[in-house]
Ligand binder design. Structure first.
Ligand code: AHQ
Length: 244
């Protein structure tokens, strides 16, 4: 009917040819290039050295809620993965954050960051400073992992494709422009420099391999865009709560 009238309409993804792996990878990279939170005004201000101690403390206290939720999100994904081999890869993410008898883990390192910026462990653990917008955006991320396909949940973690550059810059900036922060508290970010590339190498490989149809590929791109919104909304809420 529509074609008879010559009206142009978008074919649904089901009917479109899948992207090649390179085209698919480029679609994912493009999401990060346009929407990753390194471009958020709060991060831009941080990298200009313009944040007060109050704003840095607010950011660390609120980001704790994200950090403690990451292993919960990863445990949800772990329960959905299609094979033992995939679980053997993914389980390392949980250990990276929760730690074990050998390593303290990222949550403990984040609490040390809290102490380095002048927050007590108790006020961070009690989530005294966590604002509603942070709680809601982070909970939306965990619920996304619960509700969506395992490939969409894995794809949403691919924001970390763009984090090593941000982490490297952040460590330098915090050391140089925020000398009041005890540098020993930056260990969390230093650990991510090796953990994130290892995580994204696996996540990108399985997303490119297992998203076979154009619809699955588009859902993975949409999942990454959703996660960029999660990170952006977190900073919107922190920026509003801790404006100068
Ligand atoms: O510290 C971060 C972290 O452990 C993770 C896990 C990963 C995921 O599974 O979604 N994403 C992520 C990120 C961390 N730090 C953020 C930052 O800017 O400090 C970046 C964030 C990400 O890029 O998704």
């Amino acid at each position: 009917m529509l074609e008879q009238e010559g009206l142009h309409y978008n074919k649904s993804p089901e009917k479109e040819e899948p992207w090649t792996k390179d085209e698919f990878r480029q679609q994912l990279i493009e999401v990060g290039r346009s929407s990753y939170h390194d471009k958020h005004p709060f991060h831009v201000a941080m990298h200009e050295g313009a944040l007060s101690q109050k704003q840095i403390k607010g950011w660390v206290a609120n980001r704790y809620y994200y950090q403690k939720s990451v292993p919960i999100k990863d445990a949800v994904i772990l329960s959905k993965l299609p094979s033992r081999d995939f679980r053997r890869e993914w389980i390392q993410r949980i250990i990276d954050h929760d730690g074990n008898d050998e390593v303290e883990g990222g949550i403990e390192a984040w609490l040390k960051l809290g102490e380095a910026v002048g927050l007590s462990r108790q006020e961070v653990l009690r989530e005294d400073h966590v604002v509603p917008g942070v709680r809601f955006s982070v909970d939306a991320y965990v619920n996304f992992a619960r509700e969506k396909s395992w490939t969409e949940a894995v794809a949403s973690s691919l924001t970390e494709l763009f984090s090593p550059i941000l982490m490297k810059e952040r460590i330098k900036i915090l050391e140089r422009l925020y000398p009041w922060i005890d540098s020993s508290g930056l260990g969390y970010f230093r650990n991510r420099l090796t953990q994130a590339p290892r995580d994204t190498e696996f996540a990108l490989r399985v997303v490119l391999d297992y998203c076979q149809t154009r619809k699955e590929q588009q859902q993975a791109v949409d999942a990454l865009r959703f996660k960029c919104d999660v990170l952006w909304a977190q900073l919107d809420a922190i920026e509003k709560a801790y404006h100068n």
